[in-house]
Structure formats: C-alpha cells, structure tokens
Write a protein that binds this ligand. Structure first.
Ligand SMILES: *Cc1c(COP(=O)(O)O)cnc(C)c1O
Length: 370
C-alpha cells in the first residue's frame, strides 16, 4: 500500500501524457509554449475564475501575489503557524514580518477570533498589511469569518490554496474566496505535475497584468525595458502539457478521494478524532488527518501492519529554527502546538482500493485500542 500512489494514476493517463510530452518535443517551445495558455484557460474554466496565471511553484505564487501588494519591510502579514513553511517564507523573503496565528482545533484552519486578537495588538513598529489563510489538508478556510474580521480595514487576503484547488465552500469554488488565490502543482498535491509548478487565480485585471510582468523579470512592453523588479517564475511548457492531461480526470479523482474520506470517517468515528468538514464545505483531501494520543505507538503499530503514515506537521512554524524570532499573535498558539504532537495522516489517494481502506481502518482501530 502506498501513502500517495502516483503510479496508479500514471497507468491510467500514461498514453495521453506520453503524447502530450511528444507534442512539446516536436514544437520545441519549452518556455511559454502554447500549452501554458491552454492550461491557464482550462484551470480558469475548472474553478469558474476569470484569470489564472501559471507559475513555477506554489511558493513563487505566494511571492508574486505578495509582490503585487508591494509587501516589504515594516509590513506585518498574519499567517497560521500550523502550515507548510512556504506560507511564512514568502513573507519573510520580501523583508516583511510574518505574525503567527493559531488554528481552529476542528478544521486545522486559521482561527478568525485569534486573528482578530492578533490584528488588535500588532507589535510596535509594524503595520498590519494582510492575511494569508491556508486551506489546510484540502479544506477551504473560513473566508467569510475572516472577511468579517477585516471589514472596514484595508488589509488584503491572499488565499494559500496549495492543497485545496478543486474544493468549495458555501457555493464558492477555491479561487473565488479571495481576490488572489495561490496554488501548487507539486507532484503530491491533489492536482500535481511531474516537477514543480503553481498558479495564481486573480480577479482584478490590473493585478493580473502585474503578475504576468513579475513572472518574467518585471517585463514591460519593450523587451529590454523591464519596468519593475520581478522574478523568473514561469511554468515549463512540459509541465503545463502534463497538467492538461491530469486535469481531464481531476473532477473524477476528487470524487474518489471523497469516497475514501467517507469510508474512513464511517470506520474510524468513535475510535479516533476524525477530520470534520463544516456544513457547506467540500475538501480535496490532500491529507486525511486523524488525532491520536500515543502517536509514536500508533505509527509503529500501523507500520507493522503494512500501513504507511506521515505527520503533517510535527512542528509549528513558530518553533522552527528560521522562524523562531518572528512574533506570535496575541491569543497564543496553543492549539497548533497540541495538534503538532497529535496529528497523523493516513494513506489518501483516488486509487486506494476498498480492501486497502479497510486494512487501514482495521489497523487504526486496533492500534488505538491496545
Ligand atoms: C505545498 C505548499 C506550498 C508550496 O508549494 P510548492 O509548489 O512546493 O512551492 C505552499 N503552501 C502550502 C500550504 C503547501 O502545502
């Protein structure tokens, strides 16, 4: 049994992917070839957005979105501490200050009340600039609650949807819950390519134009007159071609992931704390994450039963070496610290056979009842 089985997916798509790569090798436009624009249009159609700007990774997507907002030294950007490093890294890279905010114990996503507390007490010398909620494990954050905290202020929101492209909440697709949404096509994400890749979904055409310029070194209308500082943030044509093939089965794969999550929830409820999906929300189940008391013991027992697991994340960002010096928001981060020692992610992918799902369930139930 695999934790994430990319081989099973490749077997399904291999012929189309081989042909798609061959077409790129034949036309030879490896940088910004026709598949890039084709993919951007297909992604926009998939999530019902007006504009998608592809880029080289989910991290670059965050950096580019922050650059559009002119983020720099003196700016405080509120981020959850229970997330992957990129969310805070992009902020720090631009010289701004990430402020770590706690997450909700049920959804693992940014706690809007703690966000309000953190904004009310920004450390001296910093200016509250914006918020980057994360849709952890595939579940969209509560953007309605976050927006109401921000009502009347000029703080912006960038949604870090690296794990949740394809999900929705209250009738809104990921991509339409914030003015800018970033995502990642890292191979292990629900929609992944065979290398690095990412995208920004944006609503404002003026911001889209700036994103496209930043992506290519801050280019203007004349080739050798760059008009702003940018980056080399382009998505490779080959990755775009691969993603077009993968996107063709993605809706079907999301349903298959949901079926696995439903079976897990049914089999595990009562034995362990299973993830909860708020009313009106759907998840892409980038991870299926339970909470257990004796995590090391459960991991060992599952391993002995042939069930692979992973821990996302064993350490909140405020405890990591590179991020220790950045401030923690008023309100504290105790939930994140507790989760970091109790979360455990189970095998999750669209090709997980029912027999394997049952094996996972039986092994977890047994491991926690020892
Ligand atoms: C994966 C991930 C990223 C970064 O994406 P890359 O494509 O690996 O750069 C950012 N934020 C979150 C929450 C992620 O899970």
């Amino acid at each position: 049994m695999q934790f994430i089985d990319l081989v099973a997916q490749q077997a399904r798509l291999r012929e189309g992917i081989d042909q798609a790569i061959t077409r790129v090798l034949d036309h030879g436009r490896y940088i910004m070839g026709p598949e890039v624009a084709e993919l951007e249009a297909a992604l926009a159609e998939f999530c019902g957005a007006d504009h998608v700007v592809s880029c080289a990774s989910g991290t670059d997507a965050l950096v580019m979105a922050l650059m559009v907002h002119g983020v720099g030294p003196g700016d405080a950007v509120f981020v959850p501490t229970f997330t992957f490093a990129s969310t805070a890294e992009a902020v720090a890279l631009l010289g701004a200050t990430p402020i770590f905010v706690d997450v909700d114990a049920e959804t693992f996503n940014l706690d809007a009340n703690k966000l309000a507390q953190a904004i009310a007490e920004v450390p001296n010398g910093l200016r509250a600039a914006g918020v980057i909620p994360v849709d952890l494990f595939g579940l969209p954050a509560d953007y309605v609650a976050i927006d109401s905290v921000l009502a009347g202020s000029d703080l912006w929101v960038i949604a870090d949807s690296a794990q949740s492209f394809g999900a929705a909440r209250n009738g809104a697709s990921v991509g339409s819950m914030a003015s800018m949404t970033t995502t990642s096509f890292f191979p292990a994400k629900p929609l992944g390519c065979y290398g690095d890749g990412g995208a920004i979904i944006a609503t404002d055409p003026a911001q889209v134009e700036v994103l496209r310029s930043i992506r290519v070194h801050g280019s203007g209308t004349e080739k050798y007159d760059n008009v702003r500082i940018g980056i080399n943030g382009r998505l490779d044509t080959i990755q775009a071609a691969i993603l077009l093939q993968k996107l063709s089965v993605f809706a079907d794969e999301i349903l298959a992931r949901q079926a696995v999550a439903d079976r897990y929830a049914e089999g595990l409820a009562g034995a362990v704390a299973v993830p909860s999906t708020p009313e009106g929300a759907s998840s892409t189940w980038a991870q299926y994450t339970i909470q257990v008391d004796d995590r090391a013991g459960v991991i060992a027992a599952l391993q002995a039963d042939g069930v692979p697991t992973a821990v996302y994340y064993p350490r909140p960002l405020h405890q990591q070496t590179a991020y220790k010096e950045f401030p923690i928001g008023a309100g504290g981060v105790e939930v994140s610290e507790r989760l970091a020692s109790s979360v455990l992610s189970l095998p999750m992918h669209p090709y997980l056979e029912p027999a394997d799902q049952d094996q996972v369930i039986a092994a977890v139930v047994q491991a926690v009842s020892r």
